[in-house]
Design a protein around this ligand. Structure first.
Ligand SMILES: Nc1ncnc2c1ncn2[C@@H]1O[C@H](COP(=O)(O)OP(=O)(O)OP(=O)(O)O)[C@@H](O)[C@H]1O
Length: 249
């Protein structure tokens, strides 16, 4: 088992943000002794093998590793989409493995943002409406959320707020996808291969954006990537091999 309490990320160069306004008990993402097996009977795979991971508010953690190592399984468990066989997962101080399916779904809507490979935008909605939608489905007593237009400006998309996804580039779609995940002010952001479809320059921009947003808004962000080029923008780097997680930095 590897144990890695990540250091609090320091301020980045050029970071002029005001301090995060979250409550002091906000604790990011903590996974302890997490095990997950896929399949049953004779064909089982140990996708996660005693995984410990602590990602603090404001930190961007990267997870690299070979295909089939368990990276997607880790994101699924961290996001409450899969229940581990053993271990605990706390998000913003709440143990998501100890609550029922309804409470977990609410917690997901309130505290967890997901970013997928290609943005996963809804074709019929403009960039601005992609951000308005999650605000409409948020639990009643959740945070009020960020202003969609201002957030689009923060990710460099203000001038394209009225465009539909088919009129955006891959990098622009990814920016909108990131903004959509952040609009509800999640405590934890889970990002799956955000640069898979992007060229080198665009990849750096996207990961820099993720690091900046996480740092400025106190989000604990976990990014799975095959792209070793962009690791320089991350606060911590972990490697996953055969379901086991090791800290590289
Ligand atoms: N639903 C499932 N049923 C059975 N086995 C599964 C299932 N999902 C994943 N696995 C297996 O669990 C292991 C971990 O898979 P996972 O998708 O988490 O890996 P990964 O590191 O994300 O891979 P990739 O980089 O290719 O996306 C693999 O051996 C995979 O074949």
């Amino acid at each position: 088992m590897t144990s890695q309490a990540a250091p609090a990320p320091g301020p980045r160069e050029g970071d002029t943000s005001t301090p995060d306004r979250r409550t002091p008990d906000h604790e990011g993402l903590v996974m302890t002794g997490v095990c997950l097996q896929h399949g049953d009977g004779s064909e089982t795979v140990q996708a996660l093998d005693d995984v410990d991971l602590a990602v603090r508010p404001g930190e961007l953690a990267a997870i690299v590793g070979p295909s089939g190592a368990g990276k997607s399984s880790l994101l699924a468990v961290a996001g409450g989409l899969a229940t581990p066989d053993r271990g605990t997962v706390t998000v913003a101080g709440i143990d998501i493995t100890a609550v029922g399916a309804r409470a977990r779904a609410k917690l997901r809507r309130e505290h967890i943002g997901f970013v997928f490979q290609s943005g996963n935008l809804i074709p019929a909605l403009t960039a601005l409406d992609q951000l308005r939608l999650p605000l409409r489905f948020r639990p009643r007593r959740a945070r009020s959320g960020r202003d969609p237009m201002k957030l689009l400006a923060d990710v460099g998309m203000a001038d394209k707020a009225g465009r539909h996804p088919h009129r955006l580039s891959g990098g622009e779609r990814q920016r909108v996808g990131i903004a959509r995940a952040l609009v509800t002010e999640p405590s934890v952001l889970l990002v799956d291969e955000p640069t898979a479809a992007l060229d080198r320059a665009r990849s750096h921009e996207i990961v820099r954006l993720l690091a900046r947003e996480a740092g400025q808004h106190g989000v604990a962000a976990v990014m799975v990537t095959h792209d070793h080029d962009v690791l320089e923008h991350c606060d911590t780097v972990y490697e996953m091999v055969d379901g086991r997680l090791t800290a590289l930095t």
